[in-house]
Design a protein around this ligand. Structure first.
Ligand code: IPM
Ligand code: MN
Length: 348
């Protein structure tokens, strides 16, 4: 028997509520498999920042590195200035642990209502670059607050960074039945970065000849995500485009209450991190109303990443069965009730 070492960053707002249910389902999924797990809770987020002024110290990072994976709830609180926790904690984790593949499935489960009238079969995955682009913090402002202010946020795209995420996206496309990869960028305007992405996709395609490639400008991609989402299989795109597209993807597949994500370090030089796409939702925090499903689906991605595919499939099947019955339910369940029901289904 082997024990997985899990770093838990429940974070802010509804983060603690959904993570509790995610862990309950994880326990159920691993029961009887011979694989157990231990958790280390990390006190990170708004509370810690108010108490100590710290977001994420080198000591925290070293301690987190000693784990097999990270489960994260949500980061962000209205009492903390915008950007402090986002940059100092969440993005710092993604960058420091080299999570260059930010994997975000867009899957419409049977029984889930989409705001689209005729969504069709929606089952794609966005491979969002996670360590470069406009997120790197390469910017600055001068003459701040004057009419002559100049504010720059420079998008950084390296051949190394683009190539490694593009190769990962090709490998994922090659392993899927449709074997289709769509590059989303804006190379008609962002000519330097856009052409680097385009050339890289073209070059790596030679290694994956059975993968079909197409290209969409990001504005056009938003149209097709609404008018014909079933045309997508794997999308590869930069950090900011991927951020925006995956909120849209969540919206058309039942909302952010269902949207899972994985911040993956494919080279396994540091633990990968699994988190729901939604944020801390301060408006409903503490009320037991949050849907833990996105966290539970993120737990399935965690299991997959750690080579526990059987357990991952059981978690996904439990979610699918639960979602299929929601329409007929006479009332909306609490966070804990959904978690308990999912854990019971996983147990069989
Ligand atoms: C997300 C979030 C983050 C991002 C924020 C909170 C920094 O929107 O995970 O999509 O932009 O990546
Ligand atoms: Mn986002």
């Amino acid at each position: 028997a082997q024990d997985l070492r899990l770093a838990v960053v429940a974070g802010d707002g509804i983060g603690t509520e959904v993570v509790e249910q995610g862990l309950l389902v994880l326990e159920s999924a691993l029961h009887g498999t011979g694989t157990g797990f231990t958790t280390t809770d990390f006190d990170l987020g708004a509370r810690r920042w108010h108490a100590t002024g710290e977001t994420l110290t080198d000591g925290d990072l070293d301690a987190i590195r000693a784990h097999d994976a990270i489960l994260l709830g949500a980061i962000g609180d209205p009492s903390v200035p915008s950007g402090v926790l986002e940059r100092g904690l969440l993005l710092k984790l993604r960058f420091a642990l080299d999570h260059y593949v930010n994997l975000r499935p867009g899957r419409l489960y049977p029984g889930v209502t989409s705001p689209l009238a005729n969504p069709g079969d929606v089952d794609f995955v966005v491979v969002r670059e996670g360590t470069e682009g406009p997120y790197v913090g390469n910017g600055g402002a001068i003459r701040v607050g004057t009419p002559h202010e100049v504010a720059n946020e420079v998008s950084v795209n390296t051949a190394f960074g683009v190539e490694r995420v593009v190769r990962d996206a090709f490998a994922r496309a090659a392993a899927r039945p449709r074997k289709k990869l769509t590059l989303v960028h804006k190379h008609n305007v962002l000519v330097h970065a856009g052409h680097l992405w385009r050339r890289t996709v073209e070059a790596v395609n030679a290694e994956f000849p059975d993968v079909t490639v197409d290209y969409l400008h990001v504005d056009a991609a938003t149209i097709f995500l609404v008018t014909n989402p079933s045309r997508f299989d794997v999308i590869v795109t930069d950090n900011l485009f991927g951020d925006i597209l995956t909120d849209l993807a969540a919206a058309i597949t039942g909302g952010i209450g269902l949207a899972a994500s994985a911040n993956i370090n494919p080279d396994r030089t540091a633990p990968s991190m699994f988190e729901p796409v939604h944020g801390s939702a301060p408006d409903i925090a503490g009320q037991g109303k949050a849907d833990p499903t996105a966290t539970v689906l993120s737990v399935a991605m965690l299991l997959d990443h750690l080579g526990l595919a059987d357990a991952a499939r059981r978690v996904e099947s439990a979610v699918a069965a639960d979602l299929a019955e929601r329409g007929a339910a006479e009332r909306v369940r609490s966070t804990a009730e959904v978690g308990k029901d999912l854990a019971a289904r996983v147990a069989g």
